[in-house]
Design a protein around this ligand. Sequence first.
Ligand SMILES: *Cc1c(COP(=O)(O)O)cnc(C)c1O
Length: 501
Amino acid sequence: MLSKIHKLETVAKELDPCVEKRQIWAKQVIKHSEEFMETLNTDKSKAFNKTEHNGNQLLYSLIKEEPTPMENLLELFRHNVERNGLVESHGGHMAYVNSGGLYPSSLADYLSDVVNPYSAMFHDSPGSVRIENMVLKWIAACFGYPDSFAGNLTSGGSASTVLALAAARDSRNIKARDFNKCVVYTTTLSHYCAEKALNTIGMREVVRRTIAVDSNYKMDVDILRETVKKDIEAGLIPFVVYTTAGTTDLGSVDPLETIAGISREFNIWMHVDACYGGFFILSEEATHLFKGIEKSDSFCVDPHKSLFIPYGCGAVLVKEGSKLAYSNALNRPAFYLEDSFKDECQDEPSPCNLSFELSRHFRGLRVWMPLKLFGIRPFRSALGEKILLARYFYDRLSETDGFQLGPYPELSVVVFRFIKCPCDTETFNKELLEQLMKDGRIALASTRINGVYYLRICILCFRTHLKEMDLLIKLISVNVKKMLKAISVKPWEQQEQYVRG
Ligand SMILES: *Cc1c(COP(=O)(O)O)cnc(C)c1O
């Protein structure tokens, strides 16, 4: 047996490379990432790369018994991942909801992966849990939550929402037999993670009321009040008002203060989905919009969106912390965890007691490190800048002939469409989007307002500045002109056909 152990050990030790080998790998990776970041600033790089291969080279590089050299892996990565599809860290990326990915977070991830602390439990890694809790306390303070809150750093907004809605459910001791009497109030602009979270926590049968939005695309509070009253009369249980502070489609913020009043009056759990827009509270341009969030029962905010942290970091906060704890409490911990759950080991709450997760990535460090290294000031400026860039773009485009714009941006989303075209407007705008994406220097997306197709930008990468906005305005105008010209030189009957591509 001993000789077999020795033999296995020799090969097993390949998993623990020597310092020379580590340094070579680290150097290669750093060199590669530096090249990537440097090209981001040049005209060569694109925010969107459409490829024919769609990364299919990866399929031919199988995972085998034998090792593959680092340089091959980096080449595969560059070709199939980096230069294929959207480039989230690019200043020209204005599609969907992007963040960029602050560099210090990557160093934090490196450290946290090398050290690999068990951030699930205070007993096992008091320091890492304190960092997680410091980050949560800072978030709570930003939003005016009291010290009695509890929170958790999650993988993202969708996971956060599951925790928040489960806490809402358990806080009222709602039983499965009553699920079909519980009512959840959303709007047409609520994110679909609400729906998914309800399904995940087993509440598929809840009654879902989609409250209309007013002319400012905010939850219509009069309709909400009326609907709640009718539901109570009908013997239903108003359960959760799902408000949004920064809708994904338009960036509109629901009237939180008024809805907090209604929620209190009728004893409904008020949840705020601030996943996209939450950290705009740090900018004086937007602080006032969030008034009333401190009166909510829970909210979600994604550091991996408006705090520019790389993907994989959301946060959920519940105002009465005991409710989140109750929702995730166990009758008894596993036998193998007995020591970790001893009372004297609970100076600080452990993340695993406030979530469905146990072993987890040490997410706190990737938020804590940039906040500490930079200080909060540049975050405030970057967020204020993004709002003003949205307004700048809005103003410039509304001065341009032929464009119709959506609502004036409260946060950093602008929607627009070209309407002076001698053909079907939707078809024209879809083609315009395609042309812009083919160019790839700026990436954008589309949405619909009341069924009408609009192009949409969301300015949220910390690398987006005036230069990118001016480039986008130029690209839009050049492409519209080109398309109009192409149509006008064709006989009428072919125009429609051309625009269809
Ligand atoms: C992005 C987003 C979500 C979902 O968050 P993920 O982190 O992508 O899971 C929820 N709500 C809003 C308003 C969002 O913009």
